[in-house]
Design a protein. Structure first.
Length: 365
């Protein structure tokens, strides 16, 4: 077996402080030919025993029971209930993203254990709002992201309240009520795949998606830090509830999966480990089976932005998968294009600010 075909066990490397097993395993949902056993195993491990899917489901149930304005109140548009939705979304986003940020980056409760990138968040870089990656990410996530999320919340809740959207109950449709929880993550994957391909069209990438990708070293707030146009299309998946029979709990669950999971998938760590000095025993909470792949690929994709112009969308995907399979490939702009074109393409994509240029150059040493 050659080096190019050899699989790598999880651990450290020259390029990464930590990486999972390589090549990164992808979901079997869309495999061809179909892999039914692997697919069933994927569903089981993503829901049991305690996973992110299950946590969001329980949260959606609780929110529906106690923190959703009465449907009668939402039949007419008014600032009162809309602001209530916005405030609830804002508090949940801060609780999840800032809580995770403080644990991993503020208090450094697990130091560098399972952290992908050795570098921290960018500071004194004019490409970011306030010259600071953290505050840039927080601003986009809260001001744009939470607002767009609430916009779609308002549309769907008004539709439910007025009978414009098909709504079921667990009693009237118990099987469909259960199956919907299994199908929604599949729908989200399908929607995100095609949206993400569109966002990497060079013209759109440079003007819209680069806002998200300029956070080279990702952290919990980076996941939902997007251009408002990207937020608008990313959250548009919630409109499926205008036509698909569902319970409001499904709708709430989908919103949490779209938004809150960005904090874990972009945390910059594979696992969340509680220091044994705090508890007397090491305890590891895996964010989600499957988040490992998303998180590592997120970290990798920021380092190979230059491939967008050199290779195109198809070539970029092929290069990414090929690079992840190689022992001796450093996934950086330098080995994507010939000569200095790699770094030049990165700078053309994200800007030519000197301070950020120096930050990017640290990735191609």
């Amino acid at each position: 077996m050659s080096d190019t075909d050899e699989h790598l066990k999880a651990g450290t490397s020259k390029e990464w402080n930590w990486h999972p097993d390589l090549p990164v395993a992808v979901t079997p949902l869309f495999s061809w030919p179909p892999r039914p056993i692997a697919t069933l195993r994927w569903f089981a491990t993503n829901w049991l025993p305690i996973t992110e899917y299950l946590i969001y489901t329980l949260m959606a149930w609780a929110i529906w029971a106690w923190l959703v304005p009465p449907l009668e109140q939402m039949q007419r548009l008014s600032w009162g209930w809309v602001l209530q939705l916005w405030a609830r979304n804002l508090i949940l986003m801060i609780f999840f993203a800032q809580g995770l940020h403080l644990w991993l980056y503020g208090w450094k409760k697990q130091d560098e254990d399972y952290k992908f990138d050795r570098r921290g968040l960018a500071k004194n870089a004019r490409i970011f709002l306030w010259n600071d990656q953290y505050w840039d990410n927080v601003t986009y996530a809260l001001l744009s992201g939470v607002t767009v999320w609430t916009f779609y919340d308002t549309i769907v809740w008004m539709a439910y309240a007025n009978g414009w959207a098909p709504m079921i109950t667990a009693q009237s449709n118990p099987i469909w009520f259960f199956v919907m929880f299994l199908l929604l993550p599949v729908a989200q994957s399908f929607h995100f795949y095609w949206l993400h391909r569109a966002l990497h069209i060079p013209w759109i990438y440079k003007r819209v998606h680069s806002v998200h990708h300029r956070s080279v070293s990702v952290a919990p707030w980076s996941g939902f830090s997007m251009h408002p146009i990207e937020h608008f299309f990313y959250m548009s998946l919630l409109l499926i509830f205008l036509v698909i029979p569902a319970h409001p709990i499904h709708f709430i669950f989908m919103g949490y999966w779209l938004v809150l999971s960005t904090a874990t998938s972009h945390a910059g760590f594979e696992d969340h480990t509680q220091d044994s000095t705090d508890s007397g025993s090491a305890q590891t909470l895996t964010f989600m089976v499957g988040t490992i792949s998303t998180n590592f690929i997120t970290a990798t994709s920021s380092a190979i932005m230059a491939a967008q112009k050199c290779l195109g969308i198809t070539g970029l995907a092929a290069f990414t998968m090929a690079a992840l399979r190689r022992r001796n490939v450093c996934v950086t702009p330098k080995n994507v294009c010939t000569g200095n074109k790699g770094l030049q393409s990165v700078l053309e994509t994200v800007g030519t600010d000197l301070e950020y240029t120096e930050y990017l150059e640290s990735f191609v040493q």
